[in-house]
Design a protein around this ligand. Structure first.
Ligand code: NDP
Ligand code: MG
Length: 413
């Protein structure tokens, strides 16, 4: 089970922007040791590309995957980390004695990962495991006082209040990798908290932005896995198609930046060049622009408070750049309403929504649920759960399991 940290969980939730930035010196000095959790995934692979092109500023200390043993060993041979961790014991058992490169050791299981993320050689932890499975190692890293580059949005969706309290209690720092939150983080640096009027998250609208509600019921997993602007892992790609990804990101932003939910808005921006915006009291709107390429927000979270040259694509203003914006359609994409609701309710709402969604996405990918059934199932489970305003980690785990069972029952009914 996940480590059970013992922070003062009743303390007020601190805002990310209120915390002191790491001591800044320019140019940055010293080599930072990085633990990449989920190194075989889309974010993990992009992280290794950022590290490989950093001119030695970052050194991979630990790479972790679940079952992708072959790709993980390839990464180990290329990047020579001190440790690789395979969280699935059966997959780890297939690794032969002579498969590891010299200087790399193997550890097995989630408990080993919890221990190793706290090692003194780890300066930054990239949390890029997909889904609820990413929560425990993120908690372990925060418990050890690490700086965490957070891609796993599910961590904050499930347990935002607990996570932010733990980070504050341990002096740990959370830096967003999600491109919208990275943009917001950058924009917030231009003003103070009480000057913020609105935070506007942009959404690509996904592959079905212009499809009718009726035609959405029949879309296939293959169609939903074709994202128009981003190349990502399968779960988040389906979330983008239902716009549940934006729903989860509203909740993520609410906790990460300690924002009142009524200050959060979503606008559809099909080109995915403006990654999000902050509107201040004087009417100024500060946006962050760049081509859709996760290497930039990953690098920002690794190099913060500095900026470095890097491998991310550059924006060409003279190559027919077009920026369109339109309102989201909550009728065709009802997930958005669920995101606003869960962000406003807090408590157990995020964990239940996240678990129901993970299970429903799995069912859709397995051909057992219609595309439009995902939001329907989530809505039903969210409405029917025994809400708690200030849950413990155990309460969250219990409701996570309950929500999954409810979706399974619904699928098999
Ligand atoms: P992928 O599916 O591409 O990769 C997932 C990674 O997690 C793999 O390394 C996988 O290992 C590992 N993993 C899966 N299950 C477990 C488990 N039970 N225990 C330990 N490790 C596990 O996902 P993405 O890279 O797309 O996304 C990762 C996270 O980042 C998600 O939370 C997503 O929402 C977030 N994110 C992703 C973006 C993107 O562009 N991809 C953008 C913004 C946020 P294995 O290969 O062995 O299965
Ligand atoms: Mg995002």
């Amino acid at each position: 089970m996940a480590p059970t940290p013992s922070p003062p969980f009743s303390a007020p939730v601190p805002a990310l922007r209120d915390r002191p930035a790491a001591a800044a010196s320019h140019p940055p000095t010293g080599i930072l040791g990085v633990a990449v959790l989920g190194s075989t995934g889309s974010i993990g692979r992009s992280t290794l590309e950022v590290i490989a092109t950093s001119g030695g500023r970052f050194r991979p200390h630990l790479l972790a995957a679940h079952t992708s043993v072959g790709p993980l060993l390839d990464q180990a041979r290329l990047h020579r980390p001190a440790w690789i961790v395979v969280t699935d014991a059966a997959a780890a058992a297939t690794i032969g004695a002579d498969a590891l490169p010299a200087g790399t050791r193997l550890a097995v299981g989630p408990e080993a990962l919890d221990d190793l993320v706290g090692a003194p050689e780890v300066d930054r932890v990239v949390s890029a495991i997909v889904g609820a499975a990413g929560l425990r190692s993120t908690l372990a890293a925060l418990d050890a006082g690490k700086t965490v580059a957070l891609a796993n949005k599910e961590t904050l969706v499930m347990a935002g209040a607990l996570v932010m309290r733990l980070a504050a209690a341990r002096g740990a720092v959370l830096l967003p990798v999600d491109s919208e939150h990275s943009a917001i983080h950058q924009a917030l640096r231009t003003g103070t908290a009480d000057e913020v009027v609105r935070v506007i998250l942009t959404a690509s609208g996904g592959p079905f932005r212009t499809r009718s509600r009726e035609s959405l019921a029949g879309v296939t997993p293959e169609e939903a896995l074709c994202h128009p602007t981003w190349s990502m892992g399968p779960k988040i790609t389906i979330d983008s198609a239902t716009m549940m990804n934006k729903a989860l990101e509203l909740i993520e932003a609410r906790w990460l930046f300690d924002l009142p939910p009524e200050k959060l808005a979503v606008v559809v921006h099909p080109q995915s060049v403006v990654h999000s915006m902050v509107e201040f009291v004087d009417g100024s709107v500060i946006a962050q622009l760049s081509p859709p390429d996760m290497k930039l927000p990953i690098q920002y979270a690794l190099s913060h408070p500095h900026r470095l040259d890097g491998p991310a694509r550059r924006l060409d203003f003279l190559a027919g750049l077009r920026l369109d914006f339109e309102p989201p359609d909550p009728v065709r994409f009802p997930s958005l309403r669920l995101g606003h609701e869960a962000a406003a309710r807090g408590g157990t709402a995020g964990a239940v929504l996240n678990a129901a969604n993970e299970e429903a996405v799995g069912a859709f990918l397995a051909g057992k649920m219609r595309f439009t059934g995902i939001a329907d199932a989530c809505s039903r489970v969210l409405d029917g759960h025994a809400y708690q305003a200030d849950p413990s980690l155990d309460d969250i785990r219990r409701l996570d399991a309950w929500a999954r069972q409810e979706v399974v029952k619904w699928v098999s009914a």
